[in-house]
Design a protein around this ligand. Sequence first.
Ligand code: GEK
Length: 260
Amino acid sequence: MVTACGKMLFSTNNFDVYMSKKDAIYSKALDSIADFSFDDSVAKVFPDMIQRSVPGYSTIIDMTGVIAERYAQPGTNCYDLGSSLGASTLSMRHRLEDRNCHIIAVDNSEPMLRRCENIIREDSATTPVELRQADMRDVIIENASVVVLNFTLQFIPPEDRNAFLGSIFDGMNKGGILILSEKIKFEDAHLQELNTDLHHRFKRANGYSEMEISQKRSAIENVLIPETINDHEQRLEDVGFGGFDVWFQCFNFASFVAIK
Ligand code: GEK
């Protein structure tokens, strides 16, 4: 995928379908700011929005495919939960050819999934991809060697996260891997302030104005609930993962791997 400014987002081969409009959703002063939702206006600009908002996004997406290639077991399912436009799905798909794997991409946003369907249709890789419009908490995970939660657990109410992770663990095969990427918070007030400030500087450097940053922050604060690295690691241990680690972190964004 390429953005309007020509940056590669997804590793694929048909650039026309993937041109992303510039995100200007919060560029004008709003009288009242509604809670953020993954509606059509967001789906239209999503690649540009996430690329300019999440430090390390491209690295995490590319490495999702690299990690999946190492752990995907022949004849198993690979899940992309909260797939949006299918960036992680495509990253895996291009690296799992001839593995007899089945990728299941789940999202509860109809506009996201509709666009994702077009993107997958235009893509040249042959690994089968099944798209499901569903709440990811309702999906029965089975025969899974790879499960990807790239920036999606953060949208699940915290009280549901243990049971949800538990059901993922139960549906995974021994030796399978979970990739979990999240916005994180810090217990230490100074580190929280530092990383928030560095993240905002990253967004400023990517062309967002102070007003856009502040309005987006208000829209998302009741919707995206971050946890600390300790919270995540404790949950991974509690549900039974044998080993886990933070393999990537930039400011207040981190990605974990957890092995069953
Ligand atoms: C990427 N993984 O490009 N069930 C299903 N989908 C959900 C739910 C739910 N309960 N809640 C939120 N979503 C992608 C990026 S974006 C991250 C993921 C972000 C979906 C929601 O519709 C959206 O498409 C996605 O999770 C989160 O790597 O925007 O910060």
